[in-house]
Ligand binder design. Structure first.
Ligand code: AMP
Ligand code: TRP
Length: 340
């Protein structure tokens, strides 16, 4: 543990790889908005375009489009550029500069143990990019170049955050300083894992071949309502207690989605809807999902009609970000012994 007190600061990022879903919204964006509005943190949110090129070749026009669309998604979901710093990773060069330092702190063995590396590189690690192997060191740099204290993420990023703490601790130890914080992961809420609407055992994902399995952030009201009406369920009524959702993955998923959209706990939802059949619960959920999600798709489309404004917001974000990152990089270089 470090003894230094750090400013409470939140950092998180999403890859601009296209196709945002209700899972991204409830598992990530909505929680980013909640932490922004809570008022106890400075919040920094990032499109991680440097990460987006690690796994496979990205067509340049598509990457540009996806980055702007993700920015529009963040703003439409409630990220307010007047309250949060909203940036595109490549526009704040200190991320990549600190990542180089961390490439020299992290050990090959640590990186080789990352499950995301093993999954994505698969059997043919020889053909994977060096960037894919170094991905977690860049992620640690994203976080630590802000001295961020809290990082909201989904369950799948937990191991990378442990590595971030290991990198901070090794740097602090090697140089005998108390410079980088040991960042806390924030993994909580009813919807850290939103499941497919067609199969309650699979994660809702943009890469699922069935469009009916997910709600896209770009879906209109009709599409949202139709997908909820057609969602897979079982024939039983909803239980009044959480234990009654055991072994009912589809029912559990729809109740989790309802709770997360309505800022309620699962217990509260079941108190209200316990005993109802899906025939009456689904219309309630469809109305709620349309009320919460349709305005986001409308706002996203409006924002995407003026990409110059999005670019201006990101340029301002980069300037604000560099006021934080430049001094931290300068101090890091001094600690290491770089002449400057
Ligand atoms: P990805 O689109 O997989 O790069 O994820 C971006 C962010 O959204 C990460 O914080 C993920 O944990 C979160 N996320 C993606 N899909 C889901 C899901 N089905 N349920 C909950 N969170 C998700
Ligand atoms: N690896 C994260 C994901 O795939 C994205 C990410 C990059 C990130 N840098 C980050 C998340 C820093 C949190 C903090 O979801």
């Amino acid at each position: 543990m470090t003894d230094t007190t750090f400013t409470p600061r939140v950092f998180s990022g999403i890859q601009p790889s296209g196709g945002l879903t209700l899972g991204n919204y409830l598992g990530a964006m909505k929680r980013f908005v909640d932490m922004q509005d809570e008022g106890s943190y400075q919040t920094v949110y990032c499109m991680v375009d440097l990460h987006a090129i690690t796994a496979k070749f990205q067509d340049p026009a598509t990457l540009r489009h996806n980055t702007r669309e993700l920015a529009a998604g963040f703003i439409a979901a409630g990220i307010d550029p007047a309250k949060s710093i909203l940036i595109n990773q490549s526009q704040v060069p200190e991320h990549a500069q600190l990542a180089w330092i961390f490439n020299c702190v992290a050990r090959m063995g640590w990186m080789g143990r990352m499950t995301q590396w093993k999954d994505k590189a698969g059997k043919n690690a020889e053909a994977a990019s060096l960037g894919l192997f170094a991905y977690p060191a860049l992620m640690a740099a994203d976080i630590l170049i802000y001295h961020a204290t809290h990082v909201p993420v989904g369950e799948d990023q937990k191991q990378h955050l442990e590595l971030t703490r290991d990198i901070a601790a090794k740097f602090n130890h090697d140089y005998g300083v108390d410079f980088f914080p040991l960042t806390e992961p924030v993994i909580e809420g009813a919807a850290t894992r939103v499941m497919s609407l067609r199969d309650g055992s699979k994660k809702m994902s943009k890469s699922d071949p069935s469009d009916a399995s997910r709600i896209n952030l770009t879906d209109d009201a009709d599409a949202i309502a139709k997908k909820i009406r057609k969602a897979k369920t079982d024939p039983d009524a909803l239980p009044s207690e959480i234990e009654g959702l055991k072994d009912r993955p589809e029912a559990r998923n729809l109740v989790n989605i309802y709770a997360a959209l309505n800022d309620q706990t699962v217990e509260q939802v079941l108190t209200d809807v316990g005993g109802q059949q899906f025939g009456s619960f689904k219309p309630l959920l469809a109305d709620l999902a349309v009320a919460k999600m349709a305005p986001i798709s409308i706002r996203m489309a409006e924002l995407m009609a003026d990409t110059a404004e999005i670019d201006r917001i990101l340029a301002r974000g980069a300037t604000q970000a560099r006021e934080i990152t430049a001094p931290i990089l300068k101090k890091t270089y001094e600690i290491i012994g770089m002449v400057g």
